[in-house]
Write a protein that binds this ligand. Structure first.
Ligand code: ADP
Length: 274
């Protein structure tokens, strides 16, 4: 599904002493099937932006379109349920939202809620546990008996079980050891490649942005600081400053990766993202 933000602003608690403008005139276009990485300092608006992707938040002004859905919703007849089925979101530390008695129940919570026929459930369950690399014998266990990495996989499997067209991931590898991090990024990469899932991922790891993203958005104080192909971001002195400000080690990393991957540093043609 294509995603377009057009001059989107969002204010928490408008017209109160707690008023906080978190997004200012944010515009971008994500073509169907893209892999987009969003970076920005804490408080720059990443999470507020992600919550617009399935209507958890609706713009205070401006417009968001996700496939055929338009936000803000102006008609009471439009339900967000279908949108939430098609856009799966995993927030930071998604394992904190596990609650059911068994791994099976937790993973199948979404599909049940979205009315997937009972006869398809077992197949769905098997499919997603294999996708995320969970051992079958864990299915009947309590999610709370599992290791942190396994719990994270259960939570991600729960998001995938609804077969979303768009996967939105807020720092999905935070707190994982380096091996689990690579495994998880490879999982998202293969889902993106093989199932053509549009993927939008927030990370602090620039090497992941360079390795996987088609497109990058740098947020700063609720505004788009810069956007473009990862190589363009790293070639843009101004954006570089912003990223360097956030992640001093990332520039070194970029130069190393540039040698490793022989990245194409020249930019040609019209970007489908503009
Ligand atoms: P990030 O995900 O980049 O850390 P957020 O989207 O969480 O940024 O926050 C953007 C701004 O909005 C910050 O100033 C933050 O304090 C504020 N904010 C976030 N959530 C809320 C909320 N529920 N109520 C009020 N202000 C909020």
């Amino acid at each position: 599904m294509e995603i377009t933000f057009k001059e989107v602003s969002y204010t928490y608690y408008p017209n109160t002493p707690y008023e906080k403008k978190a997004l200012h005139n944010v515009s971008f276009h994500i073509p169907s099937g893209a892999f987009v990485v969003i970076v920005g300092a804490t408080g720059s608006g990443k999470s507020t932006l992600l919550q617009h992707m399935n209507g958890l938040l609706q713009p205070s002004s401006g417009k968001v379109s996700i496939g055929d859905y338009q936000l803000p919703i102006t008609s009471k007849k439009v339900s967000l349920k279908e949108l939430r089925k098609r856009v799966g979101i995993a927030f930071q530390f998604p394992e904190h939202q596990l609650f059911d008695e068994t791994v099976r129940e937790d993973i199948l919570f979404g599909p049940k809620n979205f009315g997937i026929p009972e006869k398809d459930m077992e197949h769905r369950l098997q499919e997603v546990i294999h996708l995320v690399g969970l051992d079958e014998e864990l299915i009947e266990r309590s999610p709370f008996e599992l290791s942190g990495g396994q719990m994270r996989k259960v939570a991600i499997a729960g998001v995938l079980a609804s077969k979303p067209d768009v996967l939105v991931l807020d720092e999905p590898t935070a707190g994982l050891d380096p091996i689990s991090r690579v495994e998880m990024m490879e999982l998202f990469s293969s889902l993106h490649r093989l199932e053509n899932i549009t993927t939008i991922l927030v990370t602090h790891h620039m090497e992941d942005a360079l390795k996987y993203a088609d497109y990058m958005i740098v947020l700063s104080n609720g505004r788009i600081h810069s956007k473009g192909k990862p190589v363009d971001i790293f070639n843009n002195q101004d954006a570089l400053k912003e990223v360097q400000l956030l992640l001093p080690e990332s520039i070194d990393m970029f130069h190393k990766l540039n040698q490793t991957f022989d990245l194409n540093l020249s930019y040609r043609g019209q970007s489908p993202f503009d």
